[in-house]
Ligand binder design. Structure first.
Ligand code: UD1
Length: 415
């Protein structure tokens, strides 16, 4: 088991360059299964989830080679439409190969996904939408057997919630389906718009990605292309909150601040000073945050993946804050860990009540999941003394060079 050791109390300062987005690159890699040939992805982060997705692709028959921040993918004519159970269980994003394989091969065998442990994360919307397009499913011994006996056909689908994964799965299926697909109440995430940009560069005909209505005209085939992955706004936001919680000042470059509009607005309301450029922003933290009321919502709302880091920041606020979690039913395991550091936080239904305290004190805590581990590190950066964040492997799933980056900003931190 790996740990992060951090000694708090040093205001962070300096510049961070943001790497490519985990929640984009994983989908891009799956999209490449839609057409045989060679692809080149740039700005790929060196994170564990990319390696896991690389193994998923290898199993399906494609070859992935990483050189620094470049990944080259070679997709053969013939694919093995089966996702290995041990890999799919490790990473929920693997469920996206369902849409891609159904579209390309007409069948798929995919284990039901695992992923982070915050409540059950069903895939009903993925399956219902694909069924509307002509897919059939059978679940047997934990494996989903999917087929499209007559191929996939475009249709009008209206999601009951703007699920990111369901929108992406349907998009991947729709680009090669017969006729026109409309996805209503679609997710509007920038990473999804980046996926659509890649697909359009491959020859797909997608309109409206990034809005709540996406229209796709199916095409008969696609061709490989190169693509540069959009910046990781969650990484940008995590470093911004890390700096703010120490009362420091940093510049975050390589990320459009518009992708963090709500998150930065809440930080400003809490007393941070923020300057914005086209693809950079700077953050200076307050002496002490002002309390905030925040509700997580699908984009462009406050991102659920910024919730734990924001709670760690508000733990030291001058009053009581409320964070309402509307996306995941059970993203609260880390609260007990924060309390071990002297915070006063508790969940009441889907609400997190954060009574600001004067000081946090370092101790050993569990990382729980990727964003919780980032949040515990943020708490450690502002705490008195030494904090050990256990299960630090969670960080490796989505942050490339996390400890090194924080150290370059002046933090007393190591692995
Ligand atoms: C993606 C992100 C994740 C982020 C989430 C919300 C990736 C790899 N992961 O996850 O980091 O936290 O978006 O921004 O991109 N749901 C259903 N039925 C479904 C599908 C979803 O009930 O068929 C529920 C989920 O349980 C969850 C909510 O909808 O409560 C949001 O899920 P969704 O937007 O699909 O998130 P993911 O795509 O899994």
């Amino acid at each position: 088991m790996d740990s992060i050791r951090v000694v708090g109390g040093i205001p962070l300062s300096g510049t961070v360059r943001v790497h490519g987005a985990k929640n984009a690159v994983l989908k891009h890699m799956v999209a490449m299964l839609l057409a045989p040939g060679r692809y080149r992805l740039e700005n790929v982060p060196g994170i564990l989830d990319v390696d896991i997705m690389g193994e998923v692709l290898d199993h399906v028959g494609a070859t992935c080679v990483r050189r620094g921040s470049v990944v080259e993918v070679d997709v053969p004519e013939k694919l093995n439409p089966e996702a290995p159970l041990e890999l799919v269980r490790k990473m929920r994003a693997s469920i996206l190969i369902l849409g891609a394989l159904l579209a390309r091969v007409g069948s798929a065998r995919v284990a039901l996904p695992g992923g982070d442990d915050f409540g059950s994360r069903p895939i009903g919307m993925h399956l219902e939408g694909l069924e509307q397009m002509g897919a059939e499913f059978e679940l047997s011994h934990g494996v989903l057997e999917a087929s499209a006996p007559d191929g996939l056909s475009g249709t009008e689908i209206f999601l009951e919630f703007p699920s990111v994964g369901a929108t992406e799965n349907l998009l991947l299926a729709a680009v090669l389906a017969k006729g026109r697909t409309i996805i209503g109440n679609a997710a509007r995430e920038p990473e999804l718009a980046d996926l659509a940009a890649l697909l359009n560069a491959m020859g797909a005909k997608i309109d409206g990605a990034g809005t709540s209505t996406i229209e796709v005209m199916g095409v008969s085939s696609l061709t490989p292309t190169d693509h540069t992955v959009i910046a990781d706004r969650l990484v940008a936001g995590t470093y911004a909150l890390a700096a703010a919680s120490t009362g420091g000042r940093i510049e975050v470059v390589g990320c459009d601040p518009a992708f963090l509009r709500m998150e930065l607005r809440k930080m400003e309301a809490a007393g941070c000073e923020i300057e914005r450029g086209d693809d950079w922003f700077s953050v200076a933290g307050p002496d002490r945050p002002r309390p905030q009321d925040i509700a997580t919502l699908p984009y462009p709302g406050f991102h659920t993946d910024m919730h734990p880091q924001m709670v760690a920041f508000l733990a030291l606020a001058d009053g009581t804050s409320l964070v309402t979690e509307n996306v995941y039913a059970a993203r609260f395991r880390y609260l007990g860990e924060l309390n071990r550091m002297g915070a006063d936080v508790h969940a009441d239904g889907q609400h997190v009540v954060i009574r600001g305290v004067d000081e946090l004190s370092g101790c050993e805590v569990d990382g729980c999941d990727i964003r919780a581990a980032a949040a515990m590190t943020i708490a450690g950066l502002s705490a008195d003394g030494e904090t050990i964040v256990r299960d630090a492997e969670h960080i490796d799933r989505g942050y490339d060079g996390f400890v090194e980056t924080l150290r370059s900003l002046g933090a007393d931190i190591d692995r």
